[in-house]
Ligand binder design. Sequence first.
Ligand code: FAD
Ligand code: SF4
Ligand code: SF4
Length: 479
Amino acid sequence: MADRMLQFVRLPQQQPEKRAVAERRADFDEIYRRFDTQEASRQASRCSQCGVPFCAVHCPLGNDIPDWLKLAAEGRIEEAYEISAATNNFPEICGRICPQDRLCEGNCVIEKGYEAVTIGAVERFLTDTAFEKGWVRSRKPVQERGLSIGIVGAGPAGLAAAEELRALGYVVDVYDRHDRIGGLLMYGIPNFKLEKDIVLRRAELLAGQGVRFHLGVEVGRDLPLAELRRRHPAVLIATGVYRARDLAAPGSVLPGIVPALDYLIASNRKGLGDDVPDFDSGTLDARDKRVVVIGGGDTAMDCVRTAVRQGAKSVQCLYRRDRANMPGSMREVKNAEEEGVEFLWLSVPKAFAGAGHVESVQSSRMRLGLPDASGRQSVEKAASPSFRLNAELVIKALGFDPEDLPREFAEPDLAVTRWGTLKTHHRSFMTSVPGVFAAGDIVRGASLVVWAIRDGRDAAAGIHAYLEQETASLAVAAE
Ligand code: FAD
Ligand code: SF4
Ligand code: SF4
């Protein structure tokens, strides 16, 4: 092993090549090229095969990273893929969009002074190769159990749970209000981070496995939760969080000030070839406009980079903290800067002005205060004078909160936390309503795809244990 691995001393880190800025500003294709087999094997060989692999400890899925890196370094790609797929339902998606700098790669411990192993890029390479070679197959159940499970929400949490439960032999019905599966993978995250074909090929696999999709169905409005509970002995709620936080500044209701998700959904739908009247009318199109995006998370980064690609005249991002305190991935900030986005750190909107449509944003300067209980520095108004930015399109990307699900689902017994997320048992993932489980952002609050997958897998295990116990109790009662 020593010959093949531990190459970090002589082999520098190499991330997959990025397309030239001018080229990527002009289209919505992914910006990273893929490793070829030789590059993937060479980069995998940099791993020092730690006895306690901190990369895996900090991967929410606990992926067996050193194992698949070693196999990849040896050129045993199919085996490496199998190990990576054993703990992750969508490794090619995580390889593309996990914030690796905060998770696995950020905790890779190869000697100080050397850069982390490119774990995400190798993970993506393995599954993309597996798809090309036909190694990825629907996980058909060995035996049917005859019990059905209803899943509300076809985002990563719902889909990971669906795949696990179907593989165990349950009939799985997934309900989603959208016309395509994927949740934020399809309609939130832009194509330049995650091409939609990648999500659609997963949809085909799941359908091939026998998962049944009921699209265009909004639970609560079109189908009561009570009816779902009658149809299925177990129901999983994986509806994500969609209530956009708003601004209280004067003028914030002017036309031309739009919520981030409306803007991103319109752009993604356009890319998928859908008819999008609000885009065609110009309301949700940044072309030839001066654009100001407010916020500093992943959603804000996706908006600024979408606006660049739509042909905005200029794109500025206002964020109330500084670069070091941004919640979004540093890699995405760097990509945005390369693509021409201007960041105005320590700035917040104070008022919006315009005659019948937004024309400018008056902004105040902030400064960092003392760290709060979480260690994050607080922000307070600075004494410096305010400043004005001209804008024809302002995009609000201030984060999301959960909807009032007990009310929307007419299920007052559904207990929620003080943040409005669903309360679940930490092991079984069951809510306060027997037989109703929950997973993903609706439990955790706005989070990450990799955590949604983890929760979906854990909730599937909780549902399986619950149904096994219920079936056993019924059998005893019948004796
Ligand atoms: P969702 O993906 O939100 O899926 C929920 C599904 O439930 C949706 O399809 C919705 O239509 C459906 N639904 C909701 N209510 C109902 C109802 N009443 N009836 C029927 N269906 C319903 N994470 C990363 O790891 N990396 C990133 O780069 C990243 N970028 C992001 C960019 C944006 C713009 C956003 C908004 C989020 C991003 N995230 C990213 C976060 C990530 O997308 C979420 O954490 C993840 O998708 C949550 O998965 P989920 O399955 O819980 O919910
Ligand atoms: Fe890293 Fe995400 Fe893959 Fe885990 S799933 S190894 S955190 S890229
Ligand atoms: Fe390899 Fe880095 Fe993980 Fe150690 S922490 S096993 S060097 S990838």
